[in-house]
Ligand binder design. Structure first.
Ligand code: ATP
Length: 934
């Protein structure tokens, strides 16, 4: 089945040009040359990375158009489709689309399921729109506080919502077999047919890259790597030959020296490291004790006229250095006890340019290979998987996976396939090589989010650097290809000279990181490139995931030359390569804490490893093209600016934190002020209530309802002699009153003790009212009224209480008992009982002034008002005409029960002392007041 490729009309000149290139191989090489030229020609600076929105909004038409144009060339090579052999999966034939000779990089999105453990349950910020598109929305767009509840500082240019398109989107429920079949199986198909392929997983930490590449521990969870191995061995079963040659460098072969460690896979049996180191033995047991999880039964049809050999290499790029993970570790001076760190050394490998004889395109850029990387021949899937596990173990022992579950290095597994036609002689020209590289990239998060420092910060910096350079390479390739496509699409009159177009292309900065150096040949040469974007939509790193999506959007706009089968150039086996003028730069020491987690009856334990990483040998660069000084300087500048940006982001974050703290402090102060104000008000209320209560208690004392009056309790008398006069029971009366046998009715009723009263010290008006009583020698009644006239709220209250003059005294007494509580301003308030309890007796209690009640004052005031209205003479008249005896019965009938005055009257009557009762008749109401005469 051929791939549906957009076919554009071919320009006549283009047709003419391509028709001249008759041989297919030539046309293919021309295509490859174009790509390489685009990647290499240095004319301008790398274009700045564009925003995801811009990238998304633009379709990748330009690159597709170019791809279509190129694929439409009559001389263009089209890889044979299923003619080469279909793919069978158990009983089912799977049709793999065979692409044209130029095709865009494929980008697949895999969405990680919600595993929990990412904090509180959240809604994913990714929404699937179709099989190929997703919308990503900033989860904090409606929330000024961040996704994780932390106030969000958002200087980033990540759009709030964007739509990204992919070759295919795999939802969280996608199973590993399905995922493998759609993403990797075409590459395995190509490998068996002699084509190169590259697949790498890109994403932030914890997004599922390792799960995708290696798999999990459950049934059917094997990842891409073990499945690739399974399919390769399933397909070549019984077709494996004993080769005299082994793969070398990038695409070459060399004679296989039987004594060489490269010939077979001896490393598992010969692995000597853990013999005397129990901790490493434990780690090994942990790795190799794992059961084979599952086996992928897929089998691809291959040409059975060929014999095959499969070779494996496993490298890691850590801190911008390349290490071989399949060599035996040199245990250089292991500690004798468990407390001493184990000293392990390993040497970094260098990159070398491919010899021109092996370069497929003589005019194109020279690809690079990892010099000295072990290629181990594997004869079975089991062996291959154990070898991969050995590599993973080394990765762990050397620390990049030791202290955390997070991969801090890029793990690069390359499977090389050598095949030879059975009918051909066993000579180098009979062999064809192809390779498939599978990369588990380190997490792409920025160091800011990892809170890394020291060694970790350096790691993060280097991871960032390599991924940043990878992104830049993709961006520059995209821009270059777009320019070429524009040129090809232009009319003949407007078309620029090919050389001018080439000159306008930017150099692709592959050489600026080890990772891109390794990948360079896939982008500039021939081969299929597949990118797997892993995303965890429950993760808090929205910005980081946005960057990942931008990267994916860019990759889809880049096309690579379709792979061709090649006949390798031969060379003598040169283990270790050219060693003449090599020199090592230095070495780095690293401490690694290796932990094992006890399984069953095994204890968990930790061991410290002292890792020495020696630098790679630096070769005379004479045969390499010199690095362009300007480009180098610009990269340095980019790095400097990146650090500056990081620095300023950190500063902004600090300023933001400080500002928030300040605002919080201010708010706290205000809240505490409000609290104080309320507390003050509350205290005032409490004091007021206490005072009211005091007044009521005093009143009750006074009225004799409870206990005795303060004077009875033996308290000293008040300051004023007059105030000793009390409206109380006869026994309370002072001695001096006994002598007043005269006819005076001295009704010095109320005299407020200055010290005792809450009204003390507040201006008082004293009014004496003398009432002449006919028939008495001193016919006057003296009323002394002491009234607060200073505008006390008491007055206001009293004034509010409209006195009904038609009411009799009894009703006045009743009214008094119902009168509302008086209010006292805080400043003039007497000290509360609580205060008295705390600070000793109140001053007025120390001086024992008799309590005077507002109600009494009021009553007296009422009387005084009434009397003021009635002249003394009128009163005298009234009194003269008073029939005391006659009044008695009436008074008794009218007497309200239970009031103080009425009680006194009745007592006097019962004593038979009628004369002692004087009824002061109110002229208006006609009702009298009974006053006790002494
Ligand atoms: N598709 C999936 N189905 C089930 N579990 C998954 C899936 N993807 C990831 N996981 C689980 O999520 C966790 C994190 O995944 P993984 O270790 O692969 O992340 P990573 O991207 O490789 O992280 P790092 O870059 O730090 O190594 C693991 O426990 C893994 O088993």
């Amino acid at each position: 089945m051929t791939r549906n490729t957009l076919r554009l009309p071919i320009h006549p000149s283009h047709k003419a040009m391509t028709s001249r290139a008759k041989p297919k191989a030539m046309a293919t090489r021309a295509s490859a040359r174009t790509t390489r030229a685009m990647a290499q020609i240095e004319t301008s600076l790398p274009a700045p990375t564009r925003s995801a929105r811009a990238v998304t909004a633009k379709s990748s038409d330009s690159s597709r158009a170019m791809s279509a144009k190129m694929s439409a060339q009559p001389g263009g090579k089209r890889a044979p489709a299923l003619a080469k052999g279909g793919i069978s999966r158990v009983a089912t034939e799977i049709a793999i689309p065979i692409d044209a000779d130029r095709e865009p990089i494929k980008a697949f999105l895999r969405i990680r399921p919600d595993m929990g453990g990412d904090g509180p349950k959240k809604a994913p910020y990714l929404e699937s729109l179709s099989d190929t598109a997703v919308r990503m929305m900033d989860p904090s767009r409606d929330d000024p506080r961040g996704y994780s509840g932390i106030p969000r500082f958002r200087p980033s240019a990540a759009p709030l919502s964007s739509v990204y398109t992919f070759t295919h989107v795999f939802p969280p429920a996608t199973q590993q077999p399905d995922f493998f079949a759609k993403t990797t199986l075409p590459l395995v198909r190509g490998l068996l047919d002699g084509e190169d392929g590259l697949l790498f997983a890109y994403g932030v930490t914890n997004s599922g890259k390792t799960y995708t590449m290696q798999g999990g521990s459950q049934q059917s969870s094997a990842g891409i790597l073990p499945r690739t191995i399974d399919v390769l061995f399933n397909s070549t079963e019984g077709l494996q030959g004993s080769s005299k040659y082994r793969p070398a460098r990038l695409n070459g072969i060399e004679l296989n020296d039987s004594s060489s460690i490269f010939s077979r896979a001896p490393s598992l049996d010969n692995f000597t490291l853990p013999a005397q180191q129990p901790i490493l033995g434990d780690v090994l047991a942990e790795h190799f004790g794992l059961s084979e999880v599952d086996h992928d039964p897929t089998t691809l049809k291959v040409d059975r006229n060929y014999e095959y050999s499969i070779w494996l290499s496993y490298a890691e790029v850590y801190n911008e250095k390349i290490y071989d993970l399949l060599t035996n570790v040199e245990d250089a001076g292991a500690g004798t006890s468990r407390t001493q760190p184990i000293l392990l050394t390993r040497k970094a490998l260098s990159m070398k340019p491919t010899p021109p004889s092996e370069n497929l395109d003589a005019d194109g850029p020279i690809g690079k290979y990892i010099s000295g990387l072990t290629h181990v021949r594997v004869d079975s899937a089991k062996e291959a998987k154990r070898l991969v596990k050995l590599g993973q173990l080394h990765r762990r022992v050397f620390g990049t996976l030791a202290n955390s579950q997070s991969s801090r290095s890029h793990g690069i597994v390359t499977v090389k396939l050598l095949r030879k036609h059975r009918g051909e002689k066993d000579e180098p020209s009979s062999y064809m090589t192809s390779r498939l590289t599978l990369i588990d990239l380190a997490g792409s998060e920025r160091s800011k989010n990892t809170q890394a420092s020291g060694e970790r910060l350096k790691e993060a910096g280097n991871i960032n650097k390599s991924l940043m350079v990878l992104g830049q390479c993709i961006e520059v390739m995209r821009a270059n290809q777009k320019r070429v496509a524009q040129s090809l699409g232009a009319s003949e009159s407007q078309r620029s000279d090919t050389r001018d177009v080439k000159k306008s292309l930017a150099i692709v900065p592959f050489r600026h990181s080890k990772l891109t150096e390794i990948l360079m040949d896939y982008f500039t040469g021939e081969g299929r490139v597949t990118v797997i974007i892993n995303i965890n939509p429950y993760d808090t790193g929205f910005d980081e995931n946005s960057n990942v999506m931008k990267f994916a959007a860019l990759t889809r706009e880049v096309s690579t030359a379709a792979p061709t089968r090649r006949v390798p150039a031969t060379g003598r086996a040169k283990a270790g390569g050219k060693m003449g003028n090599l020199q090592s730069i230095g070495s780095h020491h690293r401490k690694v804490l290796l932990s094992t987690y006890g399984r069953g009856d095994r204890q968990s334990s930790e061991t410290q490893l002292d890792v020495v990483e020696e630098d790679e040998d630096v070769e005379d660069e004479s045969e390499e093209e010199p690095l362009n000084g300007l480009v180098e300087a610009l990269f340095d500048e980019i790095e400097r600016l990146r650090l500056q940006l990081f620095d300023s982001e950190m500063r902004s974050a600090v300023i933001e934190a400080e500002t928030r703290e300040e605002v919080m402090r201010e708010m706290e102060e205000r809240i505490s002020e409000i609290e104080k104000r309320f507390a003050r008000r509350l205290m005032n209320e409490v004091e007021l209530n206490e005072m009211r209560m005091d007044a009521k208690i005093d009143m009750l004392h006074r009225s004799g309802v409870i206990g005795k009056t303060p004077s009875k309790a033996g308290l000293p008398s008040g300051k004023s002699g007059e105030s000793d006069a009390r409206v109380s029971d006869s026994e309370e009366l002072p001695e001096e009153n006994d002598s007043s046998e005269d006819d005076h009715v001295d009704l010095t009723a109320v005299r407020r003790s200055q010290a005792a009263s809450p009204l003390a010290g507040r201006g008082k008006a004293t009014k004496d009212i003398r009432i002449a009583v006919p028939g008495h020698s001193a016919p006057h009644t003296k009323l002394t009224e002491t009234i607060d006239r200073t505008g006390s709220p008491l007055d206001a209250l009293e004034e509010e209480e409209e006195f009904d003059e038609t009411e009799d005294e009894g009703s006045v007494a009743e009214t008094e008992s119902d009168e509302p509580d008086e209010w006292f301003p805080a400043s003039s308030r007497p000290r509360s009982t609580t205060a008295a309890l705390q600070n000793g007796p109140l001053p007025h209690l120390q001086q024992a002034p008799p309590p005077v009640f507002e109600r009494d004052v009021k009553a007296e005031r009422t009387q005084a008002r009434r009397r003021n209205k009635t002249s003394v003479s009128e009163l005298a008249q009234d009194l003269g005409g008073l029939n005391l005896a006659g009044e008695k019965t009436r008074q008794q009938a009218a007497r309200p029960t239970g009031t103080r005055q009425s009680r006194r009257v009745s007592e006097a009557e019962e004593d038979g002392d009628e004369d002692s009762i004087i009824v002061v008749q109110n002229s208006k109401s006609g009702e009298g007041q009974k006053k006790k005469k002494r």
